[in-house]
Write a protein that binds this ligand. Structure first.
Ligand code: FES
Length: 148
């Protein structure tokens, strides 16, 4: 084996090692960039989605103080205390699953068997329902209410 052959073999090994290292480095860098982009999106707002992609439920002005608003599509009841605090409950009656349909005399009313629930707590006040309407997390941002 001549010095020239050894030298040529060493050069070829060097090229092969460099090529493999380059491909592996590219793969690691590409994966890290994708993970970094996802982390940045989540860190920007804590939910991974910006305000435009959150589910808007209603405008604050649509919820009367001391009353409420039933959102059939979202199956949510939004209520608003006299001091302006917004609360939300499931619109599904805990008796047999009908959707509550009205707010009368400060109570949320289910049309099926006339259970009535407290606006501030969702607790059953009269009728056959024994469990409260479950609370729903909402957020008020500016003059809009979003699912929380
Ligand atoms: S389902 Fe609502 S009162 Fe029966």
């Amino acid at each position: 084996m001549s010095d020239e052959q050894v030298s040529r073999r060493s050069v070829l090994r060097g090229v092969a090692v460099t090529t493999v290292a380059g491909v592996a480095g590219y793969a690691v860098a590409a994966t890290s960039d994708a993970a970094g982009a996802r982390a940045a999106t989540t860190a920007a707002n804590g939910y991974g989605a910006d305000e435009q992609t959150r589910s808007r439920l209603a405008a604050l002005a649509d919820i009367p103080a001391g009353g409420g608003l039933i959102l059939d599509d979202a199956r949510v009841v939004l209520t608003r205390a006299e001091d302006g605090e917004v609360l939300a409950f499931s619109a599904t009656c805990t008796h047999q699953g009908c959707t509550v349909s009205s707010i009368e005399q400060g109570l949320i009313v289910c049309p099926c068997h006339l259970s009535r629930f407290d606006l501030a707590t969702g607790a059953p006040v009269s009728g056959p329902a024994r469990r409260p309407l479950p609370p729903v997390a909402v957020e008020v941002t500016g003059e809009e209410v979003f699912i929380g």
